[in-house]
Design a protein around this ligand. Sequence first.
Ligand code: MG
Length: 159
Amino acid sequence: MIHVGIGYDVHPLVEGRKLVLGGVEIAHSKGLDGHSDADALAHAITDAILGAIGEVDIGHFFPNTDPRWKGAPSKVFLAEAARQVSLRGGRIVNIDASLMAEQPKIFPHIAAMKQNLGAALGLDPKKVGVKATTNERLGFIGREEGIAAMAVASVDLPE
Ligand code: MG
């Protein structure tokens, strides 16, 4: 039986932080702030997978008050979501995600993001969709104050 889940995440862009999206470190004047590596794309995908299996969100699995996750690479969260699917005898069918960022240009990094996300999830990168859009200079994304990501996951679970 096919289940779907949705995920959304946003992190503020600040100076003095690395910009990591989809596990790719992107050269930029600012990076995303957060307890972990603040990879909003990986977090949205993690939540989509957890949602598809009816689980609680990423913040419950990995509280930002827990020093274990300080600076943690978000592939750890993706791997745990994939493990939760396996524990239920299920498999991830596909993922699709969109990044909303005014700057920097995301497209040159998309192939590497798919590769990293697929590796963390144990999923063929062809089954990981990653697209990017600007916010047409509108709102906090348009002012380059933050980057947002949304994702859906399709998971095949035994009945
Ligand atoms: Mg997050």
